[in-house]
Design a protein around this ligand. Structure first.
Ligand SMILES: [Zn+2]
Ligand SMILES: [Zn+2]
Length: 355
């Protein structure tokens, strides 16, 4: 029987004996009496065997994909132009619509691809899974299957060559550079071994992947352009540039900041042996995904942070969905476990001068 959390309602407490992020942690965290969940339906244990060796440098590391460079450059040029020259010309409804689209497409990544599908932090009923899959199409960051696979690889091989956006290669690479070059061979090699059967078993994930191109084209580009035009008479150019291109570019950068800024700057109160950090700025723009030291320490916690609703719109959304019966089996970590872990591996104030 799940205990009752006074703030968030019934939740599933996942025990962690306060140990380092070992294989045991993962097993405990995910095989929590859930017969529907395959043993491998979660972020695998962290593995640092993909660290580069001297002389390992491969040409593949920096083989530039010029098509992506041109597309990304065009996207950002149009977005800067839209922000500076068009936002003040738009109708107020268009700006409100752009904000709403940003939140919805953001949730398609944070509540959907990240916390639901990549980490299995909670269970969602079919209607919510369909809505999140639609939101995910609006965000155009590859389909749920591919996003979740890359993210599981990111957690398992964090800060190694097998990490798709390895932050030890600097801010630019972990922010956007990783999308402008060919994947490192170790990303492909290790990624092909990640178990994704739970994703294939979800018909929503399969359907979204099968029809991704038309669905993404419609929800990310066509729909946000035609809705302002036909519902309140916005011009085509404003509707295409602001709630479509600028909104898309803004959301991409908010997501990328989790991989770059939150892996480089911030505090490490839970685990000082990893780079991911607590970063309020990222938490705000990534609607709750900036509490990244906590998240990499306890990746199964549906809040992706210790502080519940504090700068965490995604957690608010998941709790609201729980209230209307769309979400169940949210996993959390007990306060006792968190404080034991903080004492054991967290960066203590007194330890700062010693490191
Ligand atoms: Zn990370
Ligand atoms: Zn994650």
């Amino acid at each position: 029987m799940a205990p009752k959390n006074p703030v968030y309602g019934p939740v599933e407490v996942v025990q962690d004996e306060g140990s380092a992020p070992t294989e045991d942690d993962t097993v405990t965290a995910t095989n929590d009496d859930d017969p529907d969940m395959p043993a491998t339906a979660e972020v695998p244990p962290r593995d640092v065997t993909a660290k580069s060796q001297p002389g390992d440098a491969s040409k593949d590391r920096t083989r530039i994909v010029w098509r992506n460079v041109v597309l990304m450059a065009a996207l950002h040029v149009i977005s800067v132009y839209a922000f500076l020259c068009l936002t003040w010309k738009c109708r107020p409804y268009t700006l409100l619509f752009a904000v709403g689209m940003s939140l919805c497409s953001g949730l398609g990544i944070t509540a959907g691809a990240h916390r639901l599908w990549a980490h299995r932090c909670y269970k969602a009923k079919l209607p919510l899974r369909l809505v999140l899959a639609m939101f995910n199409c609006m965000a155009f960051q590859n389909d749920i299957y591919e996003w979740s696979r890359d993210h599981r690889v990111h957690h398992k091989y964090s800060e190694t060559d097998a990490d798709p956006h390895n932050a030890t290669r600097g801010f630019f690479f972990s922010h956007v550079g990783w999308l402008l070059v060919r994947k490192h061979p170790k990303v492909i090699e290790k990624g092909s071994r990640i178990d994704l059967r739970d994703l294939i078993d979800d018909p929503v994930v399969r359907y979204q992947r099968k029809y991704y191109l038309p669905l993404m084209t419609f929800f990310c580009f066509v729909m946000p352009t035609i809705v302002p035009m036909y519902l309140w008479g916005e011009s085509f150019w404003n509707a295409f540039c602001v709630p479509t291109v600028l909104r898309y570019c803004f959301l991409l950068n908010c997501t990328w900041m989790v991989n770059s800024a939150a892996h480089l700057w911030g505090s490490q109160p839970y685990d000082r042996f990893i780079n991911p950090a607590e970063n309020r700025f990222v938490a705000f723009f990534a609607i709750g995904e900036g509490w990244h030291n906590y998240h990499h320490t306890f990746p199964w916690d549906y809040k992706a942070g210790e502080w519940g609703w504090r700068i965490n719109f995604t957690t608010i959304f998941i709790d609201l969905m729980t209230a209307i019966g769309q979400v169940s089996d949210r996993k959390i970590v007990t306060k006792a476990t968190i404080s034991a872990r903080k004492k054991r591996t967290g960066l203590q104030v007194a330890a700062v001068g010693c490191d």
